[in-house]
Design a binder for this molecule. Structure first.
Ligand code: NAD
Ligand code: ZN
Length: 354
């Protein structure tokens, strides 16, 4: 079967590899669509980061470069192992793409995203969504309703990132949020917040992304920090108080400054961004306002709720898909577009069968 394999920085190849074998406790999936994520771009430009470099196998997967890429994918069940009784062939599914130790439990209450040596399918080994087929442990396979389109379903994974950020914020319906940066993660965070009943203000520079936040209705209002003082505008709309929660989704220090300025005393800021450097944090502001600054990584127990929101039509993922390509176009029409023409794209999906 064909697969996109990460060999090294700037070296991704479409190759023919053996089909993965079904094992006990596992499910074989025909991949329908796989999204290209900012993390994949980081691997391509600056990696290997999550990918275990050649000669340094990952402690859990035991694999090293080259590995198959792709962690945001949907598909249909091709085959299930004899001991998997609750899934059937042809059923639509998405994957929560974790590589986590066998001894780590995934029951409610366990923060398995924080377990030692955690990595992701499609980065740290165990195949990936940028291939025709993948075999995944049952515990990471989530069924989705038949009426959900498989291209939309490929966005469930980044939507789960957004949902986890919402959970970490402690916010609830009726609260006011400000989202700094409306890339795929900021837009999907805004979508979750809106679906959960919050008022959402977005700050963004790019015309296309500002328009996307407005058109989709995920933002009540969108501000451009070059035109207005975003913190001031949001304060005006909250009786001078400021929003309850802020979400850093840009990895740009001035956005973090804006959030510390905007958020109300005793409010919460969730840092979603993965930083390539150590930003300065306005600690005097944080301490005097008793702001809680919290991190969020991946997801844990978020998929069921996110799938429910999509199945019930409370979140429409279609507008966030801005391109559909085949596997051969991965670098030219996918990675290069997202790197050089990012202004016009949110999520590009790959069909590994074409
Ligand atoms: N915590 C996690 O588990 C997790 C998971 C996935 C991605 N991420 C991280 O989330 C972050 C966002 O991801 P993305 O794919 O949306 O990135 P992105 O780069 O596409 O989006 C960032 C957005 O911020 C905007 N921006 C830049 N400067 C700004 C400013 N001064 N004011 C307002 N907006 C500004 C940009 O125009 C862009 O649209 C990245 O750091 C990514 O690595 C975290
Ligand atoms: Zn991703």
């Amino acid at each position: 079967m064909r697969a996109a394999r990460f060999h090294d920085r700037k070296d991704i190849r479409i190759e023919d590899i053996a089909e993965p074998e079904l094992k006990p406790g596992h499910v074989s999936i025909d991949v329908a669509w796989c999204g290209i994520c900012g993390t994949d771009l980081h691997e391509y430009l600056e990696g290997p980061i999550f990918v275990p470099p050649k000669g340094e196998p990952h402690p859990i997967s035991g694999e090293e470069a080259p590995v198959t890429l792709g962690h945001e994918f949907s598909g249909t069940v091709a085959e299930v192992a004899d001991d998997v009784k609750d899934l059937k062939t042809g059923q639509k599914v998405v994957v929560e793409p974790y590589i986590i130790g066998d001894d780590v439990k995934v029951e409610l209450g366990v923060e398995y995203q924080l377990s030692e040596n955690m990595n992701f399918i499609g980065l740290g080994g165990r195949g990936g969504g940028l291939s025709e087929k993948i075999v995944v442990e049952r515990r990471w396979v989530h069924p989705i309703a038949d009426h959900v389109e498989l291209d939309h379903a490929a966005l469930v994974e980044p939507l789960a990132v957004a949902h986890h950020a919402f959970v970490k914020s402690g916010a609830s319906a009726g609260d006011v949020a400000v989202v700094g940066g409306a890339g795929p993660i900021g837009l999907l965070t805004a979508a979750v917040l809106k679906a959960e009943g919050l008022t959402v203000y977005v700050s963004e520079l790019s015309e296309a992304r500002k328009a996307k936040a407005r058109e989709t209705g995920v933002a009540d209002e969108v501000f451009d920090p070059r035109e207005v003082d975003v913190a001031e505008e949001v304060r005006k709309r909250t009786d001078g108080k400021g929003p309850d929660v802020g979400f850093e989704c840009s990895s740009v220090p001035v956005v973090l400054d804006m959030l510390l300025d905007a958020v109300r005393p005793a409010g919460t800021i969730v840092n979603v961004s993965i930083w390539g450097f150590k930003p300065e944090v306005d600690m005097p502001k944080l301490v005097l306002k008793e702001i809680s600054l919290v991190g969020t990584i991946g997801y844990a127990h978020d998929h069921p709720r996110v799938i429910e929101l999509v199945e019930q039509g409370k979140i429409d993922l279609a507008p966030f898909i801005t391109g559909r390509i085949g596997l051969d176009g991965l670098v030219d029409e996918g990675f290069d577009q997202l790197i050089n023409n990012n202004e016009h794209h949110v999520k590009i999906l790959v069909n590994p069968n074409t």
